[in-house]
Design a protein around this ligand. Structure first.
Ligand code: RM4
Ligand code: MN
Ligand code: MN
Length: 397
């Protein structure tokens, strides 16, 4: 049973909770092997907005959508008007803007780390265009992920590439205006299998610090080696005001992009807990954007996103009811069993009734999945899009 003070903490936490959806999670994704086309997948930008709008409509916590420039704004700044129109129509706002410097043929040997200065310039120009798009859309974050790296020892000069990254990222930083930020994402391997230019949080941190004060690190939960303690990274970045945001997904092996919390919900809980503990210690709620970075090859896309959002809310609510005072006391005395039990008690609490109450209090359906299924939306889009999807085998998104 949830105690009254716990219910209040959950309500307060959920009032502040938002999670951004990725536009690419609604289209038929690419994999290195088979691509199983879903008849209801989004085939246009408007359909992506419409589907993301459904997730927001039934959950109420996903007002923004992350956009990939190449996939969603193929005409660059000229596509901004389209985005604005679709966003307004479907009750959403454009969220983080993700330049794409990993698909074009010229980026075969890298983008900002390419040995060819002409290619580096082209990558930089695309990212600067993306900053302009970010400004015009009124978004805050330019979110940077680079596929740069190499597959074989000795084939690239890692030191030079680091310097080129420093130069490129500093040039991007110089273009930021207002409250804009740039987020630097890291990933240990894939597509590069020998060295990746920004392989871990230390490299991302150094590059962000070299670029300037508006550059922060983005933590994608799928981008770590198996045994890595992700919540410790979160604690260190938070403590240095360098945590820029999250890409949430789950994995069993590598960057699997599975549904958040599907394999290891305790991992996500521990991340949320460290943020909540930090906020409690300094008496102020952190402003860290949570984003989903998933693409479902087998699950229905809208349902998978609703499931993701519900999981995120549950784990966030569990973290909100950790008894921080008791935990701090146990930690101070090194009461190991009591400290661990205190954390696990919160994790074991069934917070779903409180979340249903919170949803009701906001005029939202208590069961968003049921509401979505009863709305008839899925049947409608399946009929409308089936033919287009059967014909189109396009790129990643
Ligand atoms: C990468 C990384 C980026 C995402 C691309 C599609 O692995 O997670 O954030 O934009 O995939
Ligand atoms: Mn990511
Ligand atoms: Mn990834």
């Amino acid at each position: 049973m949830i105690k009254t003070n716990e219910a209040a903490a959950i309500f307060e936490a959920l009032d502040a909770f938002q999670i951004e959806l990725p536009s690419w999670g609604f289209a038929n994704p690419g994999t290195r092997f088979g691509k199983f086309l879903q008849p209801a997948a989004a085939t246009t930008l408007e359909e992506k907005f419409s589907d993301a709008g459904q997730v927001h409509r039934w959950t109420g916590v996903c007002p923004t959508i992350a956009l990939h420039v190449l996939w969603d704004l193929p005409q660059g700044v000229k596509s901004v008007a389209n985005v604005q129109a679709f966003a307004a129509e479907h009750g959403l706002r454009a969220g983080s803007i993700n330049p794409n410097v990993f698909e074009d043929q010229i980026f075969k040997y890298g983008s900002l780390g390419n040995p060819d200065p002409a290619v580096r310039k082209q990558a930089l120009d695309h990212i600067l265009d993306s900053v302009e798009i970010t400004s015009r859309l009124g978004s805050r974050d330019v979110s940077l992920w680079f596929a740069d790296g190499s597959n074989y020892p000795g084939t690239q000069n890692i030191r030079h590439r680091r310097k080129w990254f420093e130069e490129g990222l500093a040039a991007v930083h110089a273009r930021l205006s207002g409250d804009q930020r740039m987020l630097v994402e890291y990933k240990p391997f894939e597509p590069a299998f020998y060295h990746t230019d920004i392989a871990d949080w230390g490299m991302a941190l150094l590059l962000a610090q070299a670029a300037g004060p508006r550059a922060k690190v983005l933590v994608d939960t799928g981008h770590h080696y198996q045994a890595q303690n992700i919540e410790q990274i979160v604690v260190w970045l938070l403590g240095s005001d360098m945590l820029g945001g999250f890409h949430f997904n789950d994995r069993r092996y590598a960057d699997d992009d599975l549904t958040m919390g599907s394999i290891d919900p305790y991992q996500v809980f521990r991340i949320f807990h460290e943020i909540a503990m930090f906020d409690w210690m300094r008496g102020q709620r952190s402003d860290i954007p949570f984003m989903v970075d998933q693409s479902h090859n087998l699950k229905g896309k809208i349902e998978a996103m609703i499931q993701t959002v519900q999981t995120a809310e549950e784990l966030y609510a569990k973290a909100a009811i950790v008894d921080h005072e008791a935990l701090a006391r146990f930690q101070g005395r090194s009461d190991l069993v009591d400290a661990e039990t205190c954390l696990k008690d919160a994790f074991s609490t069934d917070v779903r009734p409180a979340i249903r109450e919170w949803s009701k209090s906001k005029g939202l359906p208590e069961d968003p999945m049921k509401a979505f299924r009863e709305s008839g939306y899925l049947e409608r889009i399946t009929a409308e899009r089936a033919e287009k999807n059967a014909a189109a085998v396009s790129s990643y998104a």
